[in-house]
Ligand binder design. Sequence first.
Ligand code: ZN
Ligand code: ZN
Ligand code: ZN
Length: 107
Amino acid sequence: MYVVRGQCWDGATRCRHYHSTLDIVGLSFKCCPGFYWPCYECHTTVMPHDPVRYDTREESEVKCVLCGECKTQLTFSEYTATGSCPACNASFNPQCRAHYPLYFEMH
Ligand SMILES: [Zn+2]
Ligand SMILES: [Zn+2]
Ligand SMILES: [Zn+2]
């Protein structure tokens, strides 16, 4: 089970901070299991703590990305493998790559 929190604008996890047609993923932080956020700013708006990021090596099996289009939960490597959702083929925003360190502990 999961809950999407934050300042969502639509059912595909766009929010007031990031809302292009490609911004369709929700992201989960280790500090708040079970919650997906449209972006880190939504997390900061709601929660009184800094986000604790999942480690892409140590916690590579954790499903921490939500496809806002088909609601499939993905691991980081599933999310980043092809640039689109392995379940519904929706394209992810390639510019999110620059923001990975905000959401994941990278190596
Ligand atoms: Zn948190
Ligand atoms: Zn946001
Ligand atoms: Zn999908």
